[in-house]
Write a protein that binds this ligand. Structure first.
Ligand code: BEZ
Ligand code: FE
Length: 282
């Protein structure tokens, strides 16, 4: 096609997707829609060449900030509400099952495997409040689900995750637990504090441009997995935390808010009970 015009360019590009490309049907569907929306966006705002070059430079700079500990593109997706949208599209809530929410960029695979009731604290802070987390994992019929593998991770009382803080021991505040025959889980941790998502690079540029802040309410991350059940990636939010109603990544759900209570048991300052309902696969 020689005479590409504003009116036909979208059809021409989509038409160029060859039958023998390496992509499958689903990727073709996604790419076709991407081209359509990208062209529509450019026309909608009458994008100019200097703006196109700015976007290319911005994305290149975002890429340069990525390494094995930092995933700037997840952050950009979070700030624009894309990760939470993708999560809701991927895991629609249909019944009584627990709601999922964003994974975020701070998960580490293969956390320490710990027995029920153990502590994930490897370093203490003057301002920490220790907390005993416990609850039951059930299926939609209310039956307990045993042997659910539960990865948990949270920020330290200084607001940093251990892999972003050279002063914390490796795998501090991370652990892997398993539910017992009653579907019960328990572990000792700290009350998670609100923290700002990393905003010193391109993610911060975007936030400042938007006039939004980087803060997240205090939360404990969970991944619950067991064969035969849909893996649940979720978080429990502290009902008394700041930023519950203005999360920088839009990930708070009412059903994920939990309450810490003072306690004299468990060798901790606080106690929180939170139950989960897992959806079966298929
Ligand atoms: C988090 O909850 O760890 C998180 C989620 C999205 C962006 C940054 C952090
Ligand atoms: Fe987090």
């Amino acid at each position: 096609m020689r005479n590409v015009t504003i009116d036909n360019v979208t059809d021409v590009v989509i038409g160029s997707l060859g039958k023998n490309g390496t992509i499958g049907e689903r990727q073709r569907e996604v790419l076709t829609s991407l081209i359509t929306h990208l062209h529509g966006f450019c026309k909608d705002v009458n994008i100019q060449h200097d703006e196109f070059l700015f976007a290319c430079d911005y994305l290149a700079r975002a890429g340069q900030t990525c390494d094995d500990k930092r995933q700037e593109f997840i952050l950009l997706g979070d700030i624009l509400g894309v990760e939470v949208l993708v999560d809701m599209l991927s895991y629609p809530v249909e019944g009584t099952e627990s709601e999922s929410t964003v994974l975020g960029p701070f998960y580490r695979e293969n956390p320490p495997v710990l027995p029920k009731g153990a502590s994930i604290i490897k370093k203490h802070y003057d301002n920490e409040e220790t907390a005993y987390f416990e609850g039951y994992v059930r299926d939609a019929s209310g039956a307990p689900v045993a042997d659910v593998v539960m990865d948990v991770w949270e920020d330290a009382p200084n607001g940093l995750y251990e892999n972003h803080d050279a002063d914390q021991p490796d795998y501090n505040l991370r652990g892997r637990f398993t539910t017992d025959e009653n579907g019960h889980y328990a572990f000792n941790a700290v009350r998670p504090v609100p923290y700002p998502i990393p905003d010193n690079e391109t993610a911060g540029e975007l936030l400042r441009g938007m006039g939004h802040h980087p803060n997240r309410p205090g939360h404990m991350h969970f991944i619950l997995s067991k064969d035969g059940y849909r893996t649940l990636v979720s978080q429990i939010y502290d009902a008394e935390s700041d930023w519950l109603d203005d999360d920088s990544v839009f990930a708070v759900k009412e059903s994920l808010i939990g309450h810490f209570h003072k306690t004299n048991e468990h060798d901790t300052d606080l106690h929180i009970k939170f139950d989960f309902v897992l959806k079966t696969n298929g």
